[in-house]
Design a protein around this ligand. Structure first.
Ligand SMILES: Nc1ncnc2c1ncn2[C@@H]1O[C@H](COP(=O)(O)OP(=O)(O)OP(=O)(O)O)[C@@H](O)[C@H]1O
Ligand SMILES: [Mg+2]
Length: 244
């Protein structure tokens, strides 16, 4: 029998993360092992408060874990100097936050340009590329608007455009379709699908949205700070999960 070799994009092992200290200390990640493969969409599901956002933040290097190792495209993030992590993230990771984190004083095109500007791309070039991305998420005519002038779903699509504009190898999204209707949800999932299918790339998505499970290659189920099961999704036959 032929076995398929999977290249690993993200490999996390034995992740432990707690918040607070003394009597109020709360261990949120309890020895988590997690991996995501090159060329796949890996989804992460689980009840509210089980640690999904915390795990994403650790994988993206925005939060340090107390224990465990994290490797992203062969680079160890744990133990890496903070400045180096920041640089690695700017070059390689696009993060879509659960709360969109758009900059209120910038218009949409300027918001989407930020990752390119950080990389030193000229602002004219960055803005052209930003407007192209906004067009792809259906907001080509809103590039001049500030985030406060947009609906929740429109802001979410601006955040998605911003996470993709610099073509990061790893895209990490926290509930990317939560504020989107079926049509726009499908539109952004098709975008993620294109991103993930390029060799050397990977998309990790936290979601409660069972409409998008069929886009996953695998779905990891988390409960109370642990990964309890990993499902393979075969040809769009998505499993159903119990939430909350
Ligand atoms: N900075 C923090 N300080 C203290 N506790 C925190 C912090 N961040 C998260 N927590 C706690 O960690 C637990 C897990 O939070 P997390 O945001 O990872 O959950 P989640 O699975 O993403 O939930 P949801 O589906 O509601 O977004 C929660 O009990 C939360 O209160
Ligand atoms: Mg969360």
């Amino acid at each position: 029998m032929k076995t398929t070799e999977h290249k690993i994009a993200v490999h996390a092992q034995g992740i432990v993360k707690s918040f607070g200290d003394g009597g109020s200390r709360l261990t949120v990640l309890k020895n988590v092992d997690f991996d995501a493969r090159d060329g796949e969409i890996m989804m992460l599901v689980g009840p509210s408060g089980c640690g999904k956002t915390t795990l994403l933040s650790v994988l993206a290097g925005t939060l340090r874990s107390e224990e465990g190792s994290i490797e992203v495209f062969g680079e160890r993030l744990d133990g890496m100097r903070a400045a180096k992590v920041t640089k690695f993230r700017a070059l390689n990771i696009g993060f879509i936050f659960q709360s969109f984190n758009l900059i209120p004083t910038l218009n949409c095109a300027e918001n989407v340009s930020v990752p390119l500007l950080i990389q030193g791309v000229k602002s004219r070039v960055a803005e052209d590329r930003a407007r192209e991305l906004l067009d792809r998420v259906g907001l080509g005519d809103r590039w001049k608007n500030r985030p406060t002038q947009l609906s929740g779903g429109q802001q979410q699509r601006v955040a998605i455009a911003r996470a993709l504009v610099h073509e990061p190898r790893l895209v990490i999204c926290d509930e990317p379709t939560a504020s989107l209707d079926a049509k726009n949800g499908e539109l952004v999932m098709e975008l993620f699908d294109k991103v993930a299918r390029v060799p050397g790339r990977c998309v990790i998505i936290v979601t409660h949205d069972n409409r998008i499970f069929s886009f996953a290659d695998r779905i990891a189920q988390m409960d109370d700070g642990r990964i309890v099961e990993v499902h393979d999704v075969e040809n769009g036959s998505a499993p159903s999960f119990q939430h909350h």
